[in-house]
Design a protein around this ligand. Sequence first.
Ligand code: CO
Length: 217
Amino acid sequence: MSTKTHDTSHITYESLLEGNKKFIDNALKSDPEFFDKLTSQNPPVLWIGCADSRVPANQITNTNPGEIFVHRNIANMVIHTDMNMLSVLDYAVNVLHVKHVIVTGHYGCGGVLAAMSNKEFGLIDNWLRHIKDVYRIHAKELDAISDESQRASRLVELNVVENVYNLCKTSIVQNAWMNGQELNVHGWVYSLATGKINDMKVSTSNNNKLDDVFKFK
Ligand code: CO
């Protein structure tokens, strides 16, 4: 993989506001009603992704403002006591009535790499603990991978899969399914190296893959 770094020295506080002017010009040039159409939102998708600056939901899916509702945190985690995530999910499912929720991780995720190590990083260690739990659940498979970067990539994938299941187990998704609401959940992993999305093929719209104890009936 290339080790080139992205030069961000031209990004300044002022340049962001200049960029905003260009954004408005371009948006109105492509559609004079661009902002009129965004007085309300009706996105069909909720994206739960990593905070990493290289994985912007709209750009990598070629979508526009108004089309994806977004929640991002370190390593795209779905933690069942995280009020921030739960509030976004509740609003997306029960007010916006999104049809799809997609957990999107990415190869080379710093959060996953940190969780795989034995180093101490400070407060974030308590967040990364959840990824260490994913490792524990899949230790047999992961320990058998001798190449460290391959093991990290597999943990990225397994972390997405486990977080898709975490999502299914929330009271919000359980209630939606119990009430017959159409709601599909998916797990993706994005490649920083190629820009390609790898579908983890764990998409589901029902409780079939969950242990009985998690099912609302
Ligand atoms: Co990441």
